[in-house]
Design a protein around this ligand. Structure first.
Ligand SMILES: C[S@@+](CC[C@H](N)C(=O)[O-])C[C@H]1O[C@@H](n2cnc3c(N)ncnc32)[C@H](O)[C@@H]1O
Length: 305
């Protein structure tokens, strides 16, 4: 099940059939103006040259295992996104849904652009994913949310499986009956969900990985088993994992070799087809960096697009 494709997403999108995909979720770089990186470290006991102090004052030396990342700087962000959004609209089935995950820096520009491509009537929700993690500003309200825009290609016909929603606790359970409180309530357009915790099992080590819980809710409610789902800014492949677990097919595209390595490993149990990946995986094999990179190399049989 599934396809993992290495390459620039515009070129790959152009090769996909018109109206062939049921659900698209994308989380492009946010145009933060920075390079997004994650560094993996290990510490070993070193009383003489240690750079950290641990339990009972013991000294430890830090060893950098690997750094992965990608550039998130665009002079013309909308100019980069627009041709890809036009292709997304083309490949989406007539009853399909499109989700764009961005943040406060670009969401208003993206909304105007997507209204132009899908039509204003096709805009159904702006979902706010709210979390609470990291430093707080002393000079403004700390931004602790992302924005997810939902468009239905046809606003009169789309999948919305209301009964598939997970339920959330009431804020004041004492105000509703016991039975209601136990059942919980359906979520609104504000989704409180923790980020991927640094020590969680879910963590792949890929910068900007999004929580499986958020993606699972989208996949459950907005698609059906057997549907084809597409993420053409796939990163660590979170959409693919939500799709695989829920019996949906998927296409994941990324142009970063490290992303391809992470996804290939993460989704190996679904036996995805690898396209254009051979070169990337071979290249990673000779890197002696992170153990996850070495482990990723098992799935083979990549073909060309
Ligand atoms: C914010 S990350 C996606 C994170 C992902 N949602 C996850 O949960 O791991 C954006 C990804 O887009 C990829 N990307 C950026 N430009 C691209 C392009 N032109 N074609 C394909 N992938 C691209 C980057 O390599 C990066 O992995």
């Amino acid at each position: 099940m599934g396809r993992i494709i290495y390459g620039d997403n515009l070129e790959v999108l152009q090769s996909l059939e018109t109206e062939s995909v049921d659900l698209i979720y994308i989380d492009p770089p946010f145009n933060t103006g920075k390079r997004q990186t994650r560094t993996r470290i290990r510490t070993i006991r070193d009383d003489r040259n240690g750079d950290r102090t641990g339990f009972q004052g013991r000294r430890y030396r830090t060893i950098k295992l690997s750094t992965s990342g990608y550039d998130d700087r665009f002079d013309d962000y909308l100019g980069f996104l627009e041709p890809r959004m036009l292709e997304a609209h083309r490949v989406l089935r007539s009853d399909g849904s499109f989700f764009l995950h961005v943040d406060y820096r670009e969401v208003h520009y993206c909304k105007v652009m997507l209204d132009g491509i899908f039509g204003r009537a096709s805009f159904l929700n702006e979902i706010i994913w709210a979390y609470d993690y990291g430093a707080r500003s002393k000079s403004r309200w700390s931004a602790k949310h992302d924005n997810i825009l939902w468009y239905a290609k046809n606003p009169d016909e789309y999948t919305f499986n209301f009964d598939e929603m997970d339920r959330i606790p009431y804020m004041a359970p004492g105000l509703v009956g016991k039975e209601k409180a136990a059942r919980g309530k359906t979520p609104t357009d504000v989704w409180w969900h923790t980020i991927v915790a640094p020590n969680s099992k879910e963590k792949t080590g890929y910068a900007t990985q999004k929580p499986l819980g958020v993606l699972t809710r989208i996949v459950r409610v907005h698609s059906n088993p057997g549907d084809l789902l597409l993420d053409f800014f796939a990163g660590s492949g979170t959409l693919g994992e939500a799709a695989g677990r829920l019996g949906r097919d998927f296409i994941l595209i990324d142009n970063n070799p490290q992303a391809i390595a992470v996804i290939t490993h993460r989704l190996r149990e679904y036996g995805p087809e690898l396209i254009n990946c051979e070169q990337v995986l071979e290249r990673l094999e000779v890197d002696d960096g992170a153990p996850w990179q070495a482990r990723l190399l098992e799935p083979r049989g990549s073909r060309e697009l």
